[in-house]
Design a protein around this ligand. Structure first.
Ligand code: TXA
Ligand code: MG
Length: 348
């Protein structure tokens, strides 16, 4: 399936496809989404099939305005309204108790629903023309890198999708921040462009964090927010994060072993040779995030033996990036190179 430039006419056709229960990939400011009518369980089942995603993993419902919160959430706490007022449209998803009529197919069988108003003109026009909620996970196959360009979607999903709206490269580049407001205390489920501090400033309270919050007893963390699994964003080429001071030695060793290397650096200057391809990402966390997935995809397509990733700083500003680079090993800046789980060992 080739992408279609998102003209007004194309957006109308996409909305019509959604009304007929079909799948439409569309751009948001974070990543491309694979959309279906959120009120139609059969259409939603199509998303899980196209992605190869287990049916227990819940989807985010995209809405076109704040008032639509009341169409999907059984209760809308003051905190949700405050966050929506400050950050919507924008890269923040909120988990709220669902209304009884929200299909369990959307929520992975859970009593809560994820909601987000995206900040992208094409997504907003599609929502307006469609008139309802659009369930949309990232438009990649399960456990693969999220797409940040329309061509990534066609590479990943081919003809499993009925239309791909092309709205250019996504500006944020990593998935939305997710805050769970369904419990007694707000909890950060997935870090993103909107930081923990920004949310805490609006709510005037500290967020429970993924690493120190007790999971809800009735469900595993993996099912509550599978996007947080360490293996979720891995390329197929074995990838390894390395502190800057250890990179030179690691490169020498791999070259001596005859390996072809892709290096994703952000500060280090390394010359390219026949054996090493270098992609340098920006030094600013938000800009780095914007280009990260496309860079990983590019390196992944080069048939290399290893991708080395220069470890970015482990500060709050880099939380979302470090999370995507491998949650399991993100805590140790001083550790030697840390391998990301190879695709063959993925458990998701
Ligand atoms: O930026 C984004 O959020 C993108 C764009 C397309 O909007 N969407 C996205 O969807 O990243 P997805 O499905 O790839 O990731 C959504 C995450 C999943 O980890 C899912 O488990 C979690 O949101 N989620 C959705 N509904 C939930 C719920 N009711 N309770 C807990 N987690 C939920
Ligand atoms: Mg995803």
């Amino acid at each position: 399936m080739k992408p279609t430039i998102a003209t007004a006419d194309a957006i109308e056709r996409a909305a019509e496809l959604l009304r007929r229960g079909r799948l439409v990939a569309f751009p948001t400011e974070t990543v491309y989404g694979l959309g279906a009518d959120a009120s139609d369980p059969d259409a939603v089942a199509g998303i899980f099939k196209a992605k190869g995603r287990p049916a227990t993993h819940p989807l985010i419902v995209h809405i076109g305005d704040v008032a639509s919160l009341y169409d999907w959430a059984g209760t809308v706490p003051e905190a949700a309204l405050k966050l929506a007022e400050r950050f919507w449209p924008g890269p923040l998803a909120m988990i709220l108790p669902k209304k009884p009529e929200v299909p369990l197919a959307v929520t992975g069988g859970q009593p809560t629903v994820g909601l987000r108003m995206p900040n992208h003109p094409v997504a907003l026009a599609l929502l307006k023309s469609f008139g309802g909620g659009i369930a949309a996970p990232s438009a990649n196959r399960f456990c693969r890198i999220s797409p940040t360009q329309a061509l990534h979607v066609s590479d990943e999903l081919g003809d499993a999708v009925d239309m791909i709206l092309d709205g250019g490269a996504c500006q944020v580049g990593v998935e939305s921040t997710i805050v769970d407001l369904s419990g007694s205390r707000p909890r950060l489920l997935r870090p993103g462009h909107i930081s923990r501090e920004e949310i805490e400033a609006v709510l005037q309270t500290e967020l429970l964090l993924p690493e120190n919050a007790a999971p809800a007893p009735e469900m595993s963390d993996e099912v509550r927010a599978p996007g947080m699994m360490a293996v979720h964003y891995a390329p197929t080429t074995p990838a390894m994060r390395c502190p800057a001071e250890q990179l030179a030695a690691r490169i020498r060793q791999l070259i001596a072993d005859g390996k072809k290397i892709g290096l994703l650096s952000y500060q280090l200057d390394v010359a390219e040779t026949a054996q090493i391809r270098v992609l340098r990402l920006p030094e600013h966390a938000a800009d780095y995030a914007q280009s990260l997935y496309a860079a990983l995809r590019d390196l992944d397509n080069l048939q290399l033996d290893t991708i080395l990733i220069e470890q970015p700083p482990q500060t709050e500003a880099w939380r979302a990036v470090n999370d995507r680079l491998g949650k399991a090993s993100a805590s140790s800046a001083t550790a030697p190179c840390v391998a990301l789980p190879p695709a063959s060992m993925q458990s998701c």
